[in-house]
Design a protein. Structure first.
Ligand code: GLN
Length: 467
């Protein structure tokens, strides 16, 4: 498996040109997997002609279609945004361009990021390249498949409750959700603003570190972005020593036995390297899904109020102004998004806010306190990335509760704003499964260095196409 640094070395030595790399990436797009909503080959070729130098020089990057690239349509996989062309780029896009990165296209997602499977898209489901009858995970499934099939070296997704990490788990990749505020959200279409973070999906920890160095850091256009200095994530001249990892017992319940044993293999391998483990408890874990649902639906109902048939995309003209809004929203949104807008509006209504939203907000604080408490004793936490390997397409589309099940392992990190990474733990049959590390705020470097260690001692053998 080649890394960003290896590609750049090949470019330098003249063994491969960035144009060759781009062409082989584009050749690898398998349309039957439906990973892309828009392929931007012209934009990518143009990007290669610019003489920008930087850490991502000539590296093809795929972008989830809820992150704006100026002049390229942003759909969020929703009919409501059909025809919308953003007049500006997200901060992350500008930073990648400045570092010489190029864009292969905009990738498929669950409408507005609401899902765990990339099936709820107005462009149809994305399929898992390891087994096309299975989902790739969601909602950033297109971004994961774009990398897994070799059409991009690395990609960006967004993670509100696990949407970068779940597809990484099901597609054998490394998926990082940074600390809330580490990466600017300017130009990311909002779902749950207090939970959303742009995340990275790559084939290895080093590539993810390089991308994080490029996109992280303060942005005056996002008031929630942190002024904390960006570390040199890929510099491991001072390796971490005496690491203690916690195993939260609640995260090992309700998961497949094969997933359990794959994560235990990772633990054993790390123990041999001198890392110690300790069983810990996070009793609020069972409240993660309901809390996440109330908070994220409430924020979504408010964020999605802007799609009124007037300012963006689709307009269905009705009898009068109100009827136009009603018709545009009715035809623009798919059922799951409507369901969430209804529930979100209800939990914020005067008769329900105290019982639902305010209680959820309180439990969110308890969840955060509990994480902070265990982090006094351990450096980070090891858990499964998802409770099972990828599930069959169609299995959960009519069952919103079952669709939310994997969020139990991932959404806690969003509620608490802490960083979390999922990386390959092994294969169950022909499907990959991932392990997850969650850490203290701004401890991305430590998490990624542990993933690197795992890559060295138990290399993942499941990679599909190699560019
Ligand atoms: N699966 C979660 C949901 O359905 C998470 C989505 C996300 O992180 N965008 O809301």
């Amino acid at each position: 498996m080649k890394t960003i640094l290896e590609y750049r070395e090949q470019f330098r030595k003249g063994e491969m040109s960035p144009f060759d790399l781009l062409e082989s990436c584009l050749d690898r797009i398998d349309p039957s997997l439906n990973a892309y909503i828009t392929v931007t080959e012209e934009l990518a070729r143009k990007g290669l002609k610019k003489d920008t130098e930087g850490k991502l020089k000539g590296i093809p990057v795929a972008i989830k279609d809820n992150i704006n690239i100026k002049g390229v349509s942003t759909t969020c996989a929703s009919n409501v945004l059909k025809g919308f062309i953003p007049p500006y780029s997200a901060t992350v896009i500008e930073r990648i361009e400045k570092s010489g990165g190029i864009f292969t296209g905009k990738t498929n997602l669950d409408e507005f990021g609401m899902g765990s499977s990339t099936e709820r898209s107005c462009y149809g489901p994305t399929k898992n390249p390891f087994d096309p009858t299975k989902v790739p995970g969601g909602s950033s499934g297109g971004s994961a498949v774009a990398v897994a099939m070799g059409s991009a070296v690395i990609s960006l997704g967004s993670d509100t409750g696990g949407s970068v990490r779940q597809p990484a788990s099901y597609c054998g990749l490394v998926g990082l959700k940074p600390t809330y505020g580490r990466v600017s959200r300017y130009g990311l279409v909002a779902f749950g603003s207090s939970l959303d973070q742009i995340g990275i999906i790559g084939r290895n920890a080093e590539d993810v570190e390089i991308m994080l160095e490029v996109i992280a850091g303060y942005d005056p256009k996002d008031s929630t972005s942190s002024k904390k200095e960006v570390e040199n994530y890929s510099d491991l001249s001072k390796p971490f020593k005496n690491i203690k990892i916690g195993l939260p017992e609640e995260y090992f319940k309700q998961i497949d036995s094969e997933v359990h044993s794959s994560v235990m293999e990772i633990k054993k391998a790390l123990e041999k390297e001198g890392i110690s483990f300790k069983s810990v408890s996070l009793p609020t874990t069972d409240y993660i899904i309901p809390t996440y649902q109330v908070v994220s639906y409430a924020e979504a109902s408010s964020n999605l109020a802007r799609y009124d048939g007037v300012r963006y995309g689709l307009r269905k003209t009705g009898r009068d102004f109100r009827d136009t809004i009603r018709k545009s929203r009715d035809e623009g949104f798919l059922p799951e998004v409507k369901r969430r807008i209804l529930v979100g509006t209800f939990v914020l209504s005067s008769e329900a806010i105290a019982e639902y939203y305010e209680r959820a907000d309180l439990i969110r604080k308890l969840i955060t306190l509990e994480f902070n408490e265990v982090f006094k004793d351990v450096d980070c936490l090891l858990t499964p990335g998802t409770p099972t390997p990828a599930f069959p397409i169609g299995e959960r589309t009519d069952d919103p509760i079952r669709m939310h099940v994997p969020d139990r392992l991932t959404a806690g990190a969003n509620l608490a704003g802490i960083p979390a990474v999922v990386a390959p733990a092994g294969m169950v049959g022909k499907l990959p499964v991932g392990y997850q590390l969650m850490g203290k705020h701004f401890d991305e470097k430590k998490l990624l260095s542990i993933v690197k260690l795992v890559e060295n001692i138990v290399p993942f053998k499941g990679f599909l196409n190699e560019v």
